[in-house]
Design a protein around this ligand. Structure first.
Ligand code: PLP
Length: 241
């Protein structure tokens, strides 16, 4: 497990926040940009340190890990964002404890979350994941207006879900031009939903390595892990990409 000093985590978070602001200004970006600290594989204690410094939004990929962390940290005012795939048999804990799900890519999972969302909680805020680079090993729907609108309308019909916008992970190994193309396409897809009358305003895109480009292309939520927490140790790396 990576050992982080408090000082390092806090300094890293503040540096990322400063970078977000600098990039908004240099790109003349109009939209506010939220930082989601992606804490997957890192311990509860790191999250406590960052929460004490004012970080409110955290992202988790693995549902079992999320279940344990959300229970252990229930005393903190954290906004939890699920940014990994949800298997149907693990959706309940997400419906009960998360505020956001960024990875809706089929009606079935949206329907389950809607059924399982407790009545006393506000609607779950959700994004549709787009496989923007057309990669075989990535989740998300194709970047196609008709397919997107159909899924968006299916979600709109669910009372305990609120569709907020779109999410993507850029294609691995993209150069600057390719990153720009993918993120601008995301922005176009969001506008296509707006043109169809849907009240969507979120573009969840940009990670440690491509956050600047994403912000210039309209990202409203960046999901940043390693630039805050350090690199995820291989021995501890549960990613299955
Ligand atoms: C891990 C992960 C991130 C954060 O990636 P970094 O490169 O560590 O910033 C963002 N989004 C998703 C979907 C992830 O799986």
């Amino acid at each position: 497990m990576t050992i982080q000093s408090n000082h390092c985590l806090i300094a890293n978070r503040r540096a990322v926040l400063a970078e977000i602001e600098a990039q908004r200004q240099s790109a003349a970006a109009q939209q506010p940009v939220q930082l989601i600290a992606v804490s997957k594989t890192f311990p509860d204690e790191d999250i406590r340190i960052l929460a004490a410094d004012g970080q409110r939004d955290f992202g988790e990929n693995y549902i079992q890990e999320f279940a344990a962390k959300s229970e252990a940290l229930a005393d903190l005012p954290i906004v939890w964002h699920i940014i990994g795939q949800i298997q149907s048999n693990k959706s309940r804990v997400v419906a009960e404890r998360a505020q956001w799900v960024h990875t809706i890519d089929r009606p079935k999972i949206a329907q389950r979350l809607n059924e399982q969302r407790p009545d006393n909680l506000p609607p779950l805020q959700v994004c549709i994941e787009i496989n923007i680079g057309g990669e075989d090993n990535k989740h998300g729907i194709a970047p196609d207006e008709a397919e997107l609108l159909a899924l968006a309308q299916a979600i709109e019909a669910l009372p305990k879900l609120t569709l907020r916008g779109l999410m993507c992970v850029a294609k691995a190994g993209s150069n600057q031009t390719e990153l720009n193309q993918q993120f601008l396409r995301m922005s176009e897809l969001l506008r296509s939903l707006q043109a169809a009358g849907l009240k969507v305003d979120v573009l969840s895109m940009g990670m440690s390595a491509d956050m600047d480009t994403a912000i210039a292309c309209g990202a409203t939520h960046v999901r940043v892990g390693s630039a805050i927490f350090g690199s995820r140790a291989t021995a501890n790396n549960k990613e299955t990409k």
